[in-house]
Design a binder for this molecule. Structure first.
Ligand SMILES: [Zn+2]
Length: 411
């Protein structure tokens, strides 16, 4: 009985700590113990105890007390301490691979990225290199006194919950059991699709301290479109990525926008990716082909040509623009989510072109009289999937804090 009672108390405390952390992370302004008690419905005494525990373990620290009223007691703001809890995000993409380490306070602890065209490169070699890079990093984090909450890896393909990469066509990888790699096993990495992870990075306060409201709130609903060589997507509803029955939902890039269009790598015809993917646009414009068409230089050349109004390039762009609009309209009609965030190469659209896209989407959606569509571009986040992967790792701490805080002082 005693054991059972103890377990229940720990469970409750763990749950309450998680609620407190969530509240702190999602608030752009520092909260006091009284604010937290009010927001969570916990008593002031319980809150005091929970906050003490988090301070004792270096997760929270007290800021400078603020006197709010002449006769009021000073209110002490609570701040994520920084330097204590971190998460690692790994990404393998068509243009390279690397990792980032994020602190719970939202700052970047360390980052490394290797620029390299990964089309048809041996997976074993990349994972071996990541393993070596991360072994060093893990050692440094230990020396710095960090608790590593968890690690996520973002991959440009279909990934199952048990870390099996079914296919990543733009890497030329198929049917890979990721658990065979030391780095994945050692760090117990959560593997996922890059669009889902990039979408997570747009949820303020998901696992790191928010500093502003972000594009959508922490419980926002939006469609994320990731545009690169491949085009991926994710549907986020009420602050949660909708994974689907098998974890494969949101593949906007393979919505067909023309039944008799060119064949896509997936086997179908006229997929969005065939028109609006980075490599496809360059190839269709006749600027380069094969691997050369996938280079950054090629897309820069294409963008410049479109900007200059060169006729064939401009036509390719217009077709791609129309394909983007068509797929976005279908997705809005299907999901009834009115906000679209575009990341990757299409996030470089000019302000006028973004407005034109939004107006065109608005004109075409079925519920145009009732729903206002918003098209947002994510320009300032360089590798959102990498950040999202680190947040997925950090989230393990937010969901289960007691598991990470040493047992001896938790009596
Ligand atoms: Zn396709």
């Amino acid at each position: 009985m005693a054991t059972l009672k103890r377990i229940n108390q720990d469970d409750l405390r763990n749950h309450n700590l998680s609620v407190v952390l969530n509240q702190v992370l999602r608030s752009p302004q520092p909260l006091s113990r009284a604010d937290l008690a009010k927001a969570t419905g916990l008593t002031k005494a319980t809150m005091s105890l929970l906050v003490s525990l988090l301070i004792e373990h270096g997760v929270l620290r007290e800021g400078v007390p603020l006197v709010q009223a002449v006769y009021g007691r000073p209110s002490t703001p609570l701040i994520i301490a920084g330097g204590r809890v971190c998460g690692i995000g790994i990404q393998i993409n068509t243009d390279g691979y690397g990792y980032t380490v994020l602190d719970l306070d939202g700052s970047t602890v360390a980052e490394r990225w290797v620029d390299r065209d990964l089309h048809e490169v041996d997976a074993d070699e990349i994972f071996a290199d990541l393993d070596a890079m991360l072994l060093d990093q893990e050692q440094t984090l230990r020396e710095q006194g960090y608790i590593l909450a968890g690690t996520g890896i973002a991959l440009p393909g279909l990934v199952t919950e048990d870390a099996h990469l079914i296919v990543a066509r733009n890497l030329g990888w198929e049917n890979i059991d990721l658990m065979q790699y030391d780095v994945i096993k050692r760090l117990n990495v959560v593997a996922g699709n890059e669009s889902n992870m990039a979408a997570t990075a747009h949820l303020p306060g998901y696992a790191t301290q928010v500093h502003d409201e972000g594009m959508v709130g922490p419980d926002g609903s939006f469609i994320y479109v990731s545009t690169d060589i491949g085009i991926g997507g994710a549907i986020v509803r009420d602050g949660k990525v909708v994974d689907g029955g098998h974890g494969f939902a949101g593949e906007i890039g393979h919505l067909s926008v023309q039944l008799d269009g060119p064949q896509c790598r997936c086997g179908r015809h006229g997929c969005l990716e065939v028109y609006a993917g980075r490599r496809s646009m360059v190839e269709r414009a006749g600027l380069a082909s094969g691997d050369a068409a996938a280079s950054q230089q090629a897309i820069d050349m294409f963008t410049q040509a479109v900007f200059d109004g060169a006729e064939p390039m401009h036509n390719v762009y217009l077709k791609a623009f129309g394909a983007m609009v068509s797929a976005i309209v279908s997705t809005i009609n299907l999901s009834d989510v009115d906000t679209v965030i575009i990341g990757g190469c299409w996030a470089q659209l000019s302000a006028e072109e973004r407005e034109r896209m939004q107006a065109e989407v608005q004109r075409q959606i079925l519920a145009r009289d009732k729903v206002e569509a918003h098209i947002l571009l994510t320009r300032d986040m360089r590798r959102p999937a990498l950040i999202g992967a680190a947040q997925i790792g950090l989230r393990k701490f937010v969901d289960n804090p007691l598991a990470y805080l040493t047992a001896d002082s938790v009596a």
